[in-house]
Ligand binder design. Structure first.
Ligand code: AHG
Ligand code: MN
Ligand code: MN
Ligand code: MN
Length: 319
C-alpha cells in the first residue's frame, strides 16, 4: 500500500474543517520555504517593529503571518484570525453559525532563526461562539483541531482533531505531506525535562523542588538520573516530547508574575495542550487544566507544564 497523504487522511472527516486544515498545511509549506531561503532572500533579522508582546518582530515573523492570512482567508468558513503578531482579531467576514476562528503563532522560536535551529508554526481552530459570535476569547475546550509545523531537519505537520495525533513529513520532491508518524503517543513516564534553567532564581518552590529532585539523579528522591533539553522553541520541545516523552515547563515565576508567565494561552498553550492530551499526555498550569482557563484577553499568558502524564501529575502534587 502506498503511504497515505494528508488530504487522503482528512477525506472522511468534516469537509469544512478539513479544507481549513489543508489550507493551513499549504501555508506551512510556504513558511518552510521562507525559513529555508531566508538568508538567500535577505530575510534574516529584525523589522524594528515591536509587536503587542513587547518583542521586536523578525522579518520572518511578519512574512509568515502574512502568508497564513493570505492563504487561509480564502476559506469561506473562516470568520477571524487571531495572531501573535497582530494586536486585534482580523475579521474576514460577518461571523455566521458554524464559521471558524483560527488562532496562530505564525513563527514559533523565532530567536532560533539566525542560528539555523528549529522553528515552527502553531495553530488552533474553534467555531465562533453561539452566544456572542464576535467573542474570540474561547477556552481551549472549544478547540476542534490544533497542530503545528516544525521546520527542522525535515518539515513536519502534526495535527489532531481531538481523538488522536497524526504526524506527516513533507516530501521535498513531491511537495506532499506523507503520514510517517501515525497515532503519536506520549509515554506515561519519562526521564527527560525541558526548562530554561537561567530563570532558576525566579522559580517558585514547586518548580524548585521538582527540578532539584530531577538533577539529584539516582541518589535523590526520584532514584533515577534525568536528562535536560531546552531549544527555546516550544514547537521543537513539544515535538521531542511527542516522539520520545518528556516534560516541558515554562512556569509563572517571580519575574514574570505580572504577565502570568511567558507562553501565550490562545495560540501557544491551548493548541499544545489539546495535542498533548490527544497523545495521552497532560497539560496543566500546576493549579488547573490549561484547557479549562477562561481567557480574559487576546494575548494573555499562562504557566505551562505539559508532557508525560506521570511527571505532570507529580509537579501538580507539589503545588
Ligand atoms: P515566539 O518565538 O513565538 O515568540 O515564542 C517563543 C517562546 C517559546 O517558543 C519558547 O519555549 C520560549 O519562548 C523560549 O523562551 P526563552 O527565551 O525564555 O528560552
Ligand atoms: Mn514572538
Ligand atoms: Mn511562540
Ligand atoms: Mn511566534
Amino acid at each position: 500500500m502506498s503511504p497515505l497523504k494528508l488530504p487522503e487522511v482528512l477525506a472522511d472527516k468534516n469537509q469544512d474543517l478539513s479544507s481549513l486544515i489543508l489550507a493551513i498545511s499549504n501555508a506551512c509549506i510556504g513558511v518552510a520555504n521562507q525559513v529555508k531561503n531566508s538568508a538567500l532572500e535577505g530575510n534574516l533579522g529584525v523589522t524594528g517593529i515591536i509587536n503587542v508582546q513587547g518583542e521586536t518582530q523578525q522579518t520572518l515573523d511578519l512574512k509568515a503571518n502574512d502568508l497564513f492570512v493570505k492563504i487561509c482567508s480564502a476559506n469561506p468558513k473562516l470568520a477571524a484570525i487571531v495572531s501573535e503578531e497582530v494586536e486585534e482579531p482580523l475579521w474576514l467576514k460577518e461571523p455566521e453559525k458554524d464559521d471558524f476562528i483560527l488562532y496562530i503563532d505564525p513563527l514559533d522560536g523565532s530567536s532560533n532563526l539566525n542560528v539555523d535551529l528549529s522553528v515552527g508554526s502553531i495553530f488552533s481552530i474553534t467555531r465562533v461562539g453561539s452566544s456572542d459570535a464576535r467573542c474570540v476569547l474561547r477556552s481551549g475546550k472549544h478547540q476542534l483541531a490544533a497542530g503545528y509545523a516544525i521546520y527542522g531537519s525535515s518539515t513536519m505537520f502534526v495535527v489532531s482533531t481531538g481523538r488522536d495525533v497524526q504526524g506527516y513529513t513533507l516530501c521535498v520532491s513531491s511537495g506532499d505531506f506523507i503520514l510517517t508518524h501515525p497515532f503519536m503517543t506520549i509515554p506515561k513516564s519519562t526521564s527527560e525535562f525541558a526548562i530554561n534553567t537561567s530563570r532558576a532564581r525566579f522559580w517558585k518552590s514547586p518548580i524548585r523542588r521538582y527540578v532539584s529532585e530531577c538533577t539529584a539523579g539516582e541518589a535523590g528522591p526520584r532514584g533515577q538520573d534525568f536528562n535536560m533539553r531546552w531549544t527555546a522553541s516550544m514547537v521543537a520541545d513539544v515535538h521531542r516530547i511527542l516522539v520520545r516523552g518528556g516534560v516541558f515547563l515554562y512556569p509563572k515565576d517571580t519575574n514574570n508574575q505580572s504577565t502570568g508567565g511567558k507562553i501565550r494561552l490562545l495560540y501557544e498553550a491551548n493548541p499544545m495542550a489539546f495535542i498533548v492530551k490527544a497523545a495521552a499526555g497532560r497539560a496543566s498550569t500546576g493549579d488547573e487544566d490549561i484547557l479549562s482557563i477562561s481567557p480574559k484577553s487576546l494575548h494573555q499568558r499562562t504557566s505551562v507544564i505539559l508532557g508525560s502524564a506521570d511527571e505532570v501529575n507529580l509537579i501538580e502534587s507539589y503545588h
